[in-house]
Design a protein around this ligand. Structure first.
Ligand SMILES: [Zn+2]
Length: 250
């Protein structure tokens, strides 16, 4: 997404959380330790071992659409807790008694909802996350998909994206924002959402590549603004700041 825009993660793992905590800010060429937790847009009843510090105003928003390995939820009192840097969802399997709620002493559970179980997703915090994701996607200028094959079966995520694409109010006409691909000729200057796909990998089969491209192209309305980059997820993760000038991606 555009700079300072939030990241929507479909992975319950903590890679993006780690990136914020350990320094992958877009302007952080030296990769110094930022020591901040991402802004998940949900409210935690307590933050154990909070790292704190770091630039006060640099809390990258990170929307974890399917929950997180470092969250625990109490079904009895609805408290949500964050455990920065810990895969607490795995620990709770080994030590369930040690993970009782600090407020009501009832057992807590992880919040990790795979897409296939989405129908049972009634958790208040995840509903908040999805609502916020739709809101920010409506305002995004650019979307960058990393390591995501855009499977046909992932309906709920596609509904979210499509709603956001359709409801992009006031961003089409008269927009003065330059697209990332502003080096393109005038006839291809976009007035709509621009999409970059970072999905290459060594040994990727041409058929698989074409199938993935086709899924993205069928989905988005403005086909010339859907760009298949030459980057792998690892390339992008190694230098996320480079997306500010993606001319070398294409
Ligand atoms: Zn509780």
């Amino acid at each position: 997404m555009s700079s300072n825009a939030p990241t929507a993660s479909r992975r319950p793992g903590s890679w993006a959380s780690w990136a914020a905590r350990n320094g992958c800010a877009p302007d952080n060429a030296s990769r110094t330790i930022l020591g901040v937790e991402p802004d998940y847009t949900v409210e935690f009843s307590s933050i154990t071992d909070s790292l704190g510090g770091g630039p006060a105003n640099w809390k990258p928003r990170l929307l974890k659409l399917h929950g997180s390995l470092n969250w625990l939820y109490c079904p009895a009192c609805s408290a949500l807790d964050l455990f920065p840097g810990e895969k607490i969802a795995a620990q709770i399997l080994r030590e369930p008694a040690a993970m009782t709620c600090h407020r009501c002493q009832e057992p807590r559970v992880p919040i990790i909802i795979p897409p296939t179980l989405f129908k049972v997703m009634s958790n208040f915090y995840l509903q908040q996350t999805w609502k916020k994701a739709e809101e920010v996607l409506r305002k995004a200028d650019h979307l960058i998909f990393c390591g995501y094959s855009f499977p046909d079966a992932d309906l709920h995520f596609k509904y979210l994206l499509k709603r956001a694409e359709i409801n992009r109010c006031g961003l089409h006409v008269g927009s003065t924002k330059l697209p990332l691909s502003h080096h393109f000729p005038p006839e291809r200057q976009p007035t709509n959402l621009e999409v970059f796909i970072v999905n290459e990998q060594h040994g990727k089969k041409p058929d698989a590549r074409e199938a993935e491209k086709d899924r993205y192209l069928r989905f988005f309305r403005d086909k010339p603004l859907v760009h298949w980059t030459k980057l792998s997820f690892a390339d992008f993760a190694a230098s996320p700041a480079s997306y500010a000038d993606p001319v070398n991606w294409l």
